[in-house]
Design a protein around this ligand. Structure first.
Ligand SMILES: NS(=O)(=O)c1c(F)c(F)c(S(=O)(=O)CCO)c(N[C@H]2CCCc3ccccc32)c1F
Ligand SMILES: [Zn+2]
Length: 256
């Protein structure tokens, strides 16, 4: 598709010119405000399968010019939703040196240092991500709000390789590790709402599950430009601003 960025003439306020859904309803992220919350006792703890990957497995860590992503094996999936949602990839959103906070979702307007998304597709109904990405029951994304705090060794499992993917379209193979360790201890406390991809084409196809915050120390220099480009463009501030909630309600699995 057309180029898009987080700032400037192809920034988020212009996305809807080429990607109409970006100007539509059910958009993500949102500011998760206390007054929107409705306790739902039917929300079960998230159950995930095969997240503990062996070091013999190779994962592809890549810089796609919009984020750092790790491709995930299809044995990883969420088993507690009405359909099986199979993992496709995980990626991050973060701030910049000038604006250190870079989470997409905010809680009562508090923006966290960063946010991790583990993207899954409904493999009961669709053969792959491409077929699922624009269907209303197509995707389920697990979101982790990340605070800068004591170092989490699990992130080190791939951060040590990040110098190999400084530029767009660079990829490296990294040994598998326990992806579960990137998620918070409690998978029973989360916010749940119907939303969208937070990047173009912004399809309203995502069942969002946002866990409470997490600790992480993530710092390194990445670029959204190719290695051969003379003037490197830093890859940072890759977060979209909160969107209109309209008449949506955010369900919550825990009492404040
Ligand atoms: N915040 S978000 O909405 O979860 C989100 C991102 F923010 C994000 F940057 C990406 S991206 O890295 O692929 C770069 C832009 O598409 C994705 N990719 C998804 C949706 C697009 C198609 C596709 C195909 C295979 C695997 C993953 C994906 C994304 F879902
Ligand atoms: Zn994301």
């Amino acid at each position: 598709g057309a180029k898009w960025t987080y700032n400037g003439p192809e920034g988020e306020h212009h996305w809807s010119k080429h990607y109409p859904y970006c100007g539509g309803a059910f958009q993500s992220p949102i500011d998760i405000k206390s007054e929107l919350l409705r306790f739902d006792p039917t929300l079960r703890p998230i159950e995930i399968q095969n997240y503990n990957l062996s070091p013999n497995e190779q994962l592809t860590l890549g810089n796609n010019g919009h984020s750092v992503q790790i491709s995930l094996p299809s044995k990883m999936h969420i088993s507690s939703l009405p359909h099986r949602y199979t993992a496709a990839q995980l990626h991050f959103h973060w701030g910049s040196s000038g604006r250190p906070s870079g989470s997409e979702h905010t809680v009562n307007s508090k923006q966290y240092a960063a946010e991790m998304h583990v993207v899954h597709f409904n493999s009961d109904k669709y053969p792959n991500m491409s077929m699922a990405v624009d269907k209303s029951d197509g995707l389920a994304v697990l979101g982790v709000l990340i605070e800068v705090g004591e170092f989490n060794p699990a992130f080190e499992q791939f951060l040590m390789f990040i110098n190999g993917i400084k530029y767009r379209d660079q990829r490296v193979q990294v040994p598998g590790f326990n992806i579960r360790a990137l998620l918070p201890a409690r998978l029973d406390e989360y916010y749940r709402y119907d939303g969208s991809l937070t990047t173009p084409p912004c399809y309203p196809s995502v069942l969002w599950t946002i866990f409470r915050n997490h600790f992480l120390d993530m710092a390194t220099a990445l670029y959204s430009s190719h290695a051969q480009e003379s003037s490197p463009v830093p890859l940072n501030g890759n977060f979209r601003k909160p969107q209109l909630v309209d008449s949506r309600v955010v369900l919550v699995s825990f009492k404040e």
